[in-house]
Design a protein around this ligand. Sequence first.
Ligand SMILES: [Zn+2]
Length: 491
Amino acid sequence: MERMKRLFVVVMAVVALSAMAQVERPKLVVGLVVDQMRWDYLYTYQWGEGGFKTLLTDGYRCNNTIIDYVPTVTAAGHASIYSGTTPAFHGIAGNHFILNGKSVESVQDDSEKGVGGNEKTSGKSPRNLIATNMADQLYLATDFKSRTVGVALKPRAAILPSGHNPIGAYWFDDNSKSFVTSTYYMDKLPKWVADFNKKYRKELSTDLSNLPMGTTMTFALAEQALINERLGQGEVTDMLTVSVSNTDMCAHTYGSHSPKVDSIYWQLDKEIAHFIEVLDQRIGRGNYLLFLTADHGGTHSYPRMTDHGLPSGSMQNSKAVTIANELLAWRFGVKNLIRESKGYTYYINHAVIDSAGLDEDVVKKAACKALMQQDEIQWAVDVANIESCPIPNILKERIKLGYFAGRSGEIYVVPRTGTFDTKPEWAASNHGTWSQSDSHIPLIFLGWHIPAGETSRLTHMTDIAATVCAMLHIQAPNACIGTPIEFGWEY
Ligand SMILES: [Zn+2]
């Protein structure tokens, strides 16, 4: 009897395994994120052969993909794309936020150490990402056999997409001018990464943030990951996440449509062409599922608008805090009642409020009023009491979806339409607001089971993970709020 039981268990296990093997999946999922890529860039540049042109002609385009939360910034974007949810659920409330009373960078982790690099290379991890993402779900669905690698210049752009247990995440460390990782993942850099750092020592010591070389190095490392880790060559689906960071870094310095940014996009087009060629050869077009999107868009610079008679406005969050604090000090007799701003999210100074014995709700109300007296600010919202605030529902929803209590600031500031954090004389782009420039992103799928086509129906950043998981027949990430996109829609 005991033997029969055991035999039954063995038979059932074999049945279960073969059932699992029957699920048809691609060999590889490739996520490509271009930092601060505006949607209209797809139609701004004249692309060469093989790169964006292939994506536009052979891929499926979603022309109306929107980010449904604020702040529209890198860490929140990368976390949301891959987890199919928003900061309210995954906890990545911004590039920087407050954690246990301290200001942290989204992937900073002092319990870990840098690996590779030098003594200044700091420890990082995805621990602040409290939701699972598509790499995690793939890992679960394949009984922990699926292997993921994340690559980018920015740490957060390599770490947040590749989930909680990738075989590696690698980013560029400016201190040591090399690609590094952290003890969260491993104790020693793989030989192929160390060799890469040696081989390209000269290239890696150039200004990667503002030169096309940054794009080239990103894709060169991604290609080495593909080859050396044999991604897409195993029995289950693997995943490679690549993020292009210098498109953002350069636009923050020189502005969208500047010759510097243009030259990075020309190079990106060539790198994508080469990368698709490599994928086609190694994996085969029908065997990989690739998507390209952006973590957020970006504004035209203030001079680019105003020089041509178009409405734009400039404000600075740090200045707005100073002005409001002066008014609040006059009323309450206490300085620095607003502790700081991180983008458009403002933090109340709990320590000062407590020691002065003030009522926090009264201070927040007065702070919102003081901020809204400034012309550049359309609304300042006490997020905990947002339902009593007369702002349009579309903004209410986006603020709520982007707010993680304890990590986000208590007050959210919406600048006037067209106004953003910049100095009038700066020819630089920025992002972070709910506006079309920041929240409308490109989205293209290519490869496995993807027909050529396009739609202008409304789709959401959170639909990306929902779509990939639905196609692969794996459970969506645990806080996913997106809906799978059905290809073949016409508009
Ligand atoms: Zn940026």
